[in-house]
Write a protein that binds this ligand. Structure first.
Ligand SMILES: Nc1ncnc2c1ncn2[C@@H]1O[C@H](COP(=O)(O)OP(=O)(O)OP(=O)(O)O)[C@@H](O)[C@H]1O
Ligand SMILES: [Mg+2]
Length: 440
């Protein structure tokens, strides 16, 4: 299909000249002579490029630009104006125009601007296609990962999805335990049934028992009606007990019985109810250590950990950082309707060097915030807001040497002073010459 260009100008001679020229170059051009017509055209048709005059009566070029961005976020808008100034040019770019032509211009300049816009579109679409392919190949359900470590996790998750066995997901905060639990559920024979997540750490101890196992009407003050409980709600599906290490000892025995015999007795009830659920537990704690300390029942531990699956931390799989970052950026760019292509060199280096104590969740947050702030098309290190990241989380080893710490601290102070060595030396309590020597 020919690339489609919408040409907008109050001057009928101008639009027909431009349209003929573009048609001659193998583009499909639509010519309109007002902003209102342009808006109507944008509602009806798809265009790859919009070439619009800026100063027009009624609906002007800014409005056409806004409308194009709203209706066709992938289209590239080129503004034309006789009233050129640096401010308008900057303003145009800031509002997301792709290019800017100053009248009078040569037709060759128009061709060049349109060609560049089309090349960019092609590149972007190619990238999108490649990314979709990569994500397909390197994913299990909504979990992404190309690293060997994650590929091994996917194999294991696929295998357990086929069974009805109890699974215990281990891993630091933000490593994707809940996503993994959902993936197992979706891939299992229970996939069409309910997936019921419960965060055991978030529910007050006094309520947890009745939340999980249900209660009879009048079982305790406030129990003004009967409740089925989350175990029963998960019937035919999967119950996901998040932070299962936080279950208080008094409830551990009851949980063990539910797991062993698939029977529960609601609070205040006299009869046990038979249940049909699959249990997936998760914890970021060291459950075995809790067993050792007598805080977690050993028999329950072995019931839960029939199949343990550990999700590796992000620092153990640096190969996944850029894949995930690109995925989160593309998602945010789509949501924001912003043309963001990727990360510049500095930003990439920082992403790769950071220790990611909050793992994938932290990466997701950093990238989403950056996407919001970025002026584009490439996310910079400043957009990443690395100054908000706690010092202890900065790149390097968990136990930095004194020299490393000193270097990091000097770097941070220099960043704070915007590179002003005199000010930095004052803060650091050393001479400028000492600072120069140490910060090399
Ligand atoms: N491999 C992955 N691919 C894509 N997104 C991921 C991946 N791992 C985690 N995420 C995303 O990161 C965020 C945190 O994931 P999730 O809630 O599953 O982690 P968690 O291990 O349960 O963390 P916590 O222990 O803090 O509850 C979610 O928004 C999730 O979508
Ligand atoms: Mg979680």
């Amino acid at each position: 299909m020919k690339p489609r260009v919408l040409v907008v100008d109050n001057d009928p001679e101008m639009v027909s000249l431009l349209a003929r020229h573009l048609e001659g170059e193998g583009r499909a051009a639509t010519a309109v002579t007002s902003g209102a017509e342009a808006v109507a055209a944008l509602e009806r048709e798809e265009y790859d490029v919009v070439l619009t005059d800026l100063v027009m009566e009624g609906v002007d070029g800014w409005a056409v630009l806004r409308e194009a961005q709203r209706r066709l976020p992938r289209a590239r808008v080129i503004l034309m104006t006789a009233f050129a100034s640096l401010e308008t040019a900057i303003e145009a770019m800031r509002h997301g125009a792709w290019d800017y032509l100053t009248k009078p211009f040569k037709l060759a300049e128009v061709s060049l601007a349109v060609d560049r816009a089309l090349d960019d579109l092609r590149l972007r679409e190619e990238n999108r296609r490649l990314r979709a392919e990569v994500e397909q190949r390197f994913s299990f359900d909504r979990l992404l990962g190309r690293s060997k470590a994650m590929q091994a996790v996917f194999d294991r998750l696929r295998a357990v999805a086929d069974s009805d066995a109890t699974v215990l997901l281990l891993g630091e905060s933000g490593t994707g335990k809940e996503l993994a639990a959902r993936a197992i559920h979706h891939g299992s024979a229970r996939g069409a049934g309910p997936f019921v997540p419960v965060n055991c750490a978030a529910i007050p101890e006094t309520l947890l028992e009745s939340e999980l196992f249900g209660h009879e009407k009048g079982a305790f003050t406030g129990a003004d009606r009967r409740r089925r409980g989350l175990f029963a709600e998960a019937s035919g599906g999967t119950l996901f007990l998040d932070e299962v290490g936080d279950i208080p000892p008094v409830l551990q025995a009851k949980l063990l019985r539910a797991l062993q015999d698939k029977l529960v007795r609601p609070v205040g009830g006299s009869e046990e109810i038979r249940l049909d659920f699959r249990l997936i537990g998760a914890t970021h704690r060291d459950l075995l250590a809790l067993v050792g300390e007598g805080k977690f029942r050993e028999d329950l531990y072995y019931r839960l950990a029939v199949i343990p699956v550990r999700l590796p931390s992000l620092r153990e799989r640096p190969d996944d950082i850029l894949l995930l970052a690109a995925h989160f950026l593309a998602r945010a760019a789509d949501a924001l309707g912003k043309p963001l292509e990727g990360f510049d060199e500095d930003a990439t280096a920082w992403l790769l060097g950071h220790r990611w104590p909050g793992n994938v969740r932290e990466l997701e947050n950093v990238v989403e915030r950056a996407a919001t702030l970025a002026r584009g098309p490439r996310v910079t290190r400043a957009d990443l807001g690395t100054e908000f990241v706690p010092e202890t989380a900065l790149g390097g080893s968990l136990r930095p040497t004194l020299a490393e710490l000193e270097e990091r601290y000097i770097r941070r102070v220099l960043e704070e002073t915007g590179g002003d060595r005199v000010a930095a030396a004052k803060i650091l309590g050393v001479s400028v010459r000492t600072l120069q020597r140490r910060s090399r």
